[in-house]
Design a protein. Structure first.
Lengths: 507, 492
């Protein structure tokens, strides 16, 4: 059993272990879960130095790393096939890191502790599995596997409107998934493995344009497939107008689950676009790049304006996520090295920054039991340490130089500008609006007269700092020296951009 | 050992003979006065079905037509025999909870088995009709077996009336076909219909009537009206049986009839493909939309079973559009696999409903509120079954849908597959509503039903029933290759 299989299924094994622990010992459950997530993170860290930065992966089977292959259902061309390249490796590191941090952040969950942690571990299996799968059937199974725990985690442990939020999330994502399933089948029946001559679910075989046959050579089919996949992934990102599930799900989800939603699940959408749309249908991607860029710009501006209008702190952060995922969309639609790297780096950085933001919202919510921005004021005097950490996260989110958000946003814009001048200039407005709503929020919450009700709130405690400090260190460190993460993806993303740019024309 | 009757080879008929002989033996044993006749008959029945299934599995699959070519023995017949044995055995187990002292319901359920066997092999219009009646008549009695219950009586009456009407339609349609071709042998009929000209309308009417007759058995819209009422009124174990075995028998008969459908090509563009596409799309959409509004879980599952009939009919649309060959064979495999997945998940769902109904006093969805708190295990099982019915991986129902969608995509019926995909999303809404009530709502701690449920034990039989339904639902979701290949080998 290789490291990737271990990373994928260790959490599932942990879920089984947790299920058999005694109900009367919630702390044992928490520590066990923490141990399993720590083990997954440890494997990730152990792999980090071994990962070969000069191999591209993407559509070259020989340059994927830590590959494992096993027979599963050979009659249907379905196999167990996992491996990572520069696109997926940063994502599994991010997943392992955030999952580990989310366990201490869930220490306050007091209801049905066993169920919560078992489902959480199952969710981790689904997420890592999705990122490492190189077989489309396997990918789809993991992709759907994430839905079930997520539904229960929001629906059982969420806020007042949790039931509505959970089903809305579930219905939206399932709609995207079934469309994706149809596209997968069309690809499956029109791609042949050149060696065996039979249909295959192997994603890399589907990426080899020479294997495409049948109706897959028709431009209209390629266009339809592109948009079928696009809808499936856009719902996850979420791209306007499929975003309406996100504010509901975020606001109702418990803190740790919001972190996972924004930190990892949203990245599934852009990851899917890059892994599937870009690599399998590069010509259609190139043809509809303007569409991706346009949707990215709309996301940036729409998300930012919506964020500005929010009175609920968590909703504000949720909309800011929509806005920040727009940068990813805009940057990757340029196919330039800077844009492609910026997109994936922004995915990674947004994962850490937004995780901090949601954790910080959780800190204040646990104390004040509400999230109305207008209800606070003068917290700077009451919770000075909280202000310090919040400032790091907010400034990183608005892209202040010296923090990680700046590097990735700058790369995104540098990469996008040569190709999409007008859209990039429009998108730059997003930065100003982002700075506007974040600074305004800091002002309303931390400065001005102290709200007497909250004059005695305790400052951020050690457990909360334990979840935030590692993220803050990463945010600051990558802001000064982004290479440890950038180097992981550079070869792959440059290659993928080149692949799309060199692809034939759709018309 | 080869039982030969003149020049009639009875060897392939052995499973039917054993099932019928065993039934008579059990009937005789039932004459004894005993306190636990029901349980004993169930045990006897399960043993009988096991023997029958083993004999069926070892049967020669290359026989072809026998008994004057009125019955076919091939891989599909073998599959269906085993299928019906398993479905009936699980249903017999469920029946024990409601009828511990009565032997008759068990015997009635068993007596349908021979009919279903014959239906799966029928190669002659008359055999097909007789076999269908053999399945139906015990069902009518079973539906009304809750003596003194008005709803059960209503269910039986509705079942009889609708059954009579659809039998009439079927026999009328078959007689028209006979008139057109001069043969009752289905393959012969198909052959002669291929060369027939100038009788479009007549053939269309005949086939619509035949489809309606079978459609009643599989609860195809618009012949589904009996279904929710009968499912709601019948004893739950009987409902579980109805939702799987006779439905599968209907599909088995339809598989045998497909060669008769494919020659249909009218001058005004209606052909077998349009017939099945419309039937499938309407059935699944109507079933799913109907299920949304239900407050009784049995009614909800009734509508869901209508929807599933619609999904399975998609496979028939592929059959109607393609000559026998690779795709045809794969479509038959997809249909059979779906039936297997459906067998376990649907029987499982009804089994949990039965469990709750017996302890809480009703199958109203309100009684499932907070089931995750009062009795976790049944609630978890029901969630597995409902998610599987929705078609969420890694559960058997997903693979069933995956294979069906696959043959549709391969057959380029994209419109239908998109309708089915949207239907899947709709179905999630009502399946998850039940799961929501079980896990996301608090139980009414004071209510007698909640108290009774928290004390309810599954018992040995309950545990066994849970295992035989849950394990295949999970295993077929992850490791389905062997079954799919086994089926592919047996499909034509």
């Amino acid at each position: 059993m290789g490291p990737l299989t271990l990373m994928t299924f260790l959490p599932a094994a942990g879920a089984a272990v947790v299920a058999f622990l005694p109900r009367s010992k919630p702390n044992l459950v928490r520590w066990t879960t923490l141990a399993f997530t720590a083990a997954v993170l440890a494997i990730g860290i152990w792999l980090y130095p071994q990962f070969n930065r000069s191999l591209a992966g993407i559509n070259q089977p020989e340059s994927f790393q830590f590959v494992e292959q096993a027979r599963w259902i050979p009659a249907y061309g379905i196999g167990y096939y996992v491996g990572v390249d520069g696109l997926s490796f940063p994502m599994i590191l991010l997943t392992a890191l955030l999952c580990f941090i989310c366990i201490p952040a869930s220490w306050g969950i007091g209801r049905a502790v066993k169920g919560y942690h078992a489902l959480f571990l199952l969710l981790e299996t689904g997420m890592i599995g999705t990122f490492v799968s190189l077989d489309f059937f396997l990918f789809y199974v993991f992709w759907e596997l994430m839905l079930l725990p997520m539904y229960f985690l929001i629906g059982i442990w969420g806020g007042p409107r949790r039931v509505y939020a959970a089903i809305k999330f579930f219905l939206y994502t399932l709609l995207g998934s079934v469309l994706m399933l149809i596209v997968i089948l069309v690809l499956y029946f029109n791609v042949r493995d050149p060696v065996t001559g039979s249909h295959t679910m192997n994603m890399l075989q589907m990426m080899a344009q020479g294997n495409h046959g049948g109706i897959l050579t028709l431009n209209v089919v390629r266009t339809l497939l592109f948009f079928g996949l696009y809808i499936g992934f856009a719902i996850k990102v979420p791209v306007f107008p499929f975003h309406t599930w996100l504010p509901d799900a975020h606001v109702e989800a418990p803190t740790a689950i919001s972190v996972i939603l924004a930190g990892i699940l949203l990245k599934m959408g852009t990851y899917g676009l890059l892994r599937v749309n870009f690599a399998m249908l590069p010509d259609a991607t190139r043809h509809f790049a303007w569409f991706l860029a346009l949707m990215g710009t709309i996301n940036i501006l729409y998300g930012a304006f919506c964020a500005m209008a929010q009175t609920d702190l968590k909703k504000l952060v949720a909309y800011s996520s929509i806005s920040h995922m727009g940068y990813v969309m805009l940057a990757m639609s340029a196919f330039t090295p800077a844009g492609m790297n910026g997109a994936v780096l922004q995915m990674f950085n947004h994962g850490t920054i937004t995780a901090m933001l949601f954790l910080l919202v959780g800190v204040i919510y646990d104390r004040a039991h509400h999230r109305e921005i207008a209800g606070f004021g003068g917290l700077a005097n009451v919770m000075p340490r909280y202000l310090g950490v919040t400032a790091v996260a907010f400034f990183a989110s608005m892209g202040l130089p010296g923090l990680s958000g700046f590097i990735s946003e700058a790369l995104c814009f540098i990469g996008a500008f040569p190709v999409w001048q007008t859209l990039t200039i429009l998108s730059l407005l997003g930065i100003i609006i982002t700075a506007g709503y974040l600074l305004w929020t800091i002002q309303r919450m931390f400065f001005g007269p102290v709200n007497e009700k909250y004059a005695t709130l305790p400052d951020i405690n050690a457990r909360e700092l334990f979840t935030l400090i590692p993220l803050a260190v990463i945010v600051i460190f990558l802001g000064i020296w982004p290479h440890p993460v950038l180097d992981l993806m550079n070869t792959s993303m440059t290659y993928l951009g080149e692949l799309v740019r060199q692809s034939g024309s759709l018309l | 050992m080869s039982p030969v009757f003149g020049d009639v080879n009875l060897q392939p008929f052995l499973p039917e003979l054993i099932a019928a002989g065993g039934l008579l033996l059990l009937l005789l044993l039932n004459l004894r006065k005993s306190g636990a006749r029901g349980a004993m008959t169930a045990v006897g029945g399960v043993i009988l079905l096991t023997i029958t299934a083993v004999v069926a599995l070892r049967g020669d699959e290359t026989v072809g037509g026998y008994l004057f070519d009125s019955v076919m023995q091939d891989g599909v017949t073998v599959f269906f025999r085993i299928f019906f044995c398993v479905a009936t055995a699980i249903s017999l187990g469920m029946l024990v909870f409601s009828f511990r002292t009565d032997g008759e319901p068990f015997l009635l359920m068993l007596s349908g088995v021979v009919g279903m066997f014959l239906l799966a092999g029928a190669n002659d219009a008359v055999t097909l009709f007789v076999a269908l009646e053999l399945v139906s008549i015990p069902s009518y009695v079973l539906a009304g077996y809750k003596r003194g219950d008005v709803r059960s009586a209503e269910a039986a009456l509705k079942y009889v009336l609708f059954g009579a009407m659809s039998s009439g339609m079927l026999i009328y349609g078959l007689s028209l076909l006979y008139g057109l071709t001069g043969s009752t042998n289905l393959l012969e009929m198909a052959l002669r219909l291929g060369g027939l000209t100038g009788a479009d309308t007549m053939l269309l009417v005949a086939l619509i009537l035949v489809l309606a007759g079978i459609g009643y058995k599989v609860a195809m819209v618009p012949l589904h009206f009996w279904c929710p009422d009968v499912y709601e009124g019948s004893p739950t174990a009987v409902t579980a049986f109805f939702s799987v075995a006779p439905k599968a028998a209907g599909f088995a008969a339809l598989l045998r009839l497909m060669p008769v459908f494919t020659p249909l090509l009218t001058s005004y563009g209606v052909n077998a493909l349009t017939l099945f596409m419309v039937a499938s799309a309407v059935t699944m959409t109507f079933g799913n939309l109907g299920a949304i509004w239900q407050t009784s879980l049995k009614r909800l599952l009734a509508y869901s079973s209508i929807a599933h009939a619609g999904y399975i009919l998609m496979g028939f649309a592929v059959l109607a559009n393609n000559p026998p060959g690779d795709l045809y064979q794969e479509a038959v495999t997809a249909i059979l696999f779906y039936l297997v997945a459906y067998l376990f998940m649907n029987l499982g769902a009804f089994w949990v409903v039965d469990h709750v109904e017996r302890h809480a006093g009703s199958d109203s969805i309100a009684h499932f509120r907070g089931l995750g708190k009062t009795s976790l295990l049944p609630a978890l099982m029901l969630s597995v079954f409902l998610f599987s019915l929705t078609g969420i991986p890694p559960l058997a129902g997903f693979i069933g849908k995956f294979l069906l969608f696959a043959v549709l995509v391969k057959g380029k019926l994209f419109a239908l597959v998109i309708i089915a995909a949207l239907n899947t999303v709709v179905s999630l809404f009502y399946y998850v509503r039940v799961i929501r009530d079980m896990f996301l709502s608090e139980p009414d701690e004071q209510a007698a039903s909640a108290v009774a449920l928290s004390k309810a034990k599954l018992g040995v039989l309950g545990g066994a029933l849970s295992l035989v339904t849950v394990i295949p639902t999970l295993v077929l979701g992850l490791w389905w290759g062997p079954l799919a290949e086994w089926l592919l080998m047996r499909s034509w």
